[in-house]
Design a protein around this ligand. Structure first.
Ligand SMILES: NC(=O)c1ccc[n+]([C@@H]2O[C@H](COP(=O)([O-])OP(=O)(O)OC[C@H]3O[C@@H](n4cnc5c(N)ncnc54)[C@H](OP(=O)(O)O)[C@@H]3O)[C@@H](O)[C@H]2O)c1
Length: 283
């Protein structure tokens, strides 16, 4: 099986690690050579003719999408569609990666794979448009939603918390926004399992359990030897930002679990991530 990974960010890198360990034929396409907003990308996919394409490329600057919604849409919807078109031309399957933010996330809610979507921010609307676009183009399709992703070298929430703790010594963190922290390495391994299962559909491949940003920050600090750092819980209303993320877009992995694909609890994943990435630089 020849796997084409598109995108070289947190998830793209983790996917490459997983497939390299399997000694599987793997091709990685990344910017600047590969720009998925160019329609010609469909012909390039068709010419390569892989068995599976994994779209780990995305506009992930959630706040930046508010001032440039067309830019986000070009990558997250049109780019996804061009990859799906290329897959349709050569008979490849597509794994399209999406987000928990396609759901409204009303307080107390949690979402299974086939729940009603309702995106509000510009980023979320572009990701929802991507889901719609790839679904219209291709049947051999896995839509994999992840949430609060963290992986090696990424500008993710745990890395920002550690950097802020080392810079400021005390933190204020939002305590009324909830989600599923998800380790890119675990999501990548689960995606590989899913591809092997060959069961097309929609999946929520998140680490088990959920928490608030505040609880996540506390666990990151404790796991990286910074448990003494003071953290004050605040409301999202006290943390002004250009976009308003859904407050409770918590995903439930029902479809993957039915195939035996389960990710470990998020707290364990955070401990391993902190050990690998940050333990050597305890403050
Ligand atoms: N990060 C999260 O918390 C989170 C949460 C939920 C869902 N997701 C979804 O999970 C997936 C993976 O996210 P991630 O955290 O791995 O993202 P990431 O680290 O930001 O990586 C995204 C990758 O996409 C590439 N890219 C951007 N525009 C491109 C274009 N026009 N053509 C080709 N490549 C392009 C980026 O290249 P450059 O580095 O050169 O810009 C980067 O390699 C995305 O679909 C994202 O929406 C992420």
């Amino acid at each position: 099986m020849h796997v084409l990974i598109v995108g070289n960010g947190q998830l793209g890198k983790a996917l490459y690690q997983v497939y390299a360990a399997k000694a599987q034929q793997t091709t990685v396409w990344a910017q600047p050579a590969c720009d998925i907003t160019q329609p010609v990308i469909a012909a390039h996919v068709a010419a390569l003719a892989p068995d599976v394409v994994i779209n780990a490329a995305a506009w992930t600057n959630v706040d930046g999408a508010e001032s440039n919604p067309d830019g986000a849409y070009a990558v997250n919807a049109l780019g996804a569609r061009y990859l799906a078109d290329g897959c349709a031309q050569c008979g490849a399957a597509l794994v399209h990666v999406s987000t928990n933010e396609v759901f409204a996330g009303a307080p107390g809610c949690s979402y299974r794979e086939y729940d009603q979507r309702s995106a509000s921010s510009a980023y979320a609307r572009s990701k929802l448009a991507g889901e719609v676009a790839v679904t219209a183009a291709l049947r051999e399709l896995y839509i994999v939603r992840v949430a609060w992703l963290f992986g090696a070298g990424g500008a993710n929430f745990p890395a920002k918390i550690i950097a802020a703790a080392d810079r400021m010594g005390a933190l204020r963190v939002v305590a009324d926004e909830f989600g599923n922290p998800t380790y890119a390495a675990d999501a990548a391994a689960a995606i590989a399992q899913l591809v092997e299962a060959r069961r097309y559909g929609i999946y929520h491949l998140v680490n088990e359990g959920w928490c608030s940003r505040y609880q996540l920050a506390r666990h990151v600090l404790e796991s990286s030897g910074r448990g003494h750092i003071e953290v004050t819980p605040i409301s999202h209303k006290e943390w002004q930002r250009p976009s308003q993320p859904p407050l409770h877009a918590v995903l439930v992995n029902q479809a993957g679990a039915a195939l035996g694909i389960r990710l470990r609890p998020w707290a364990e994943a955070i401990e391993e991530f902190c050990q690998v990435e940050f333990a050597w630089q305890k403050s």
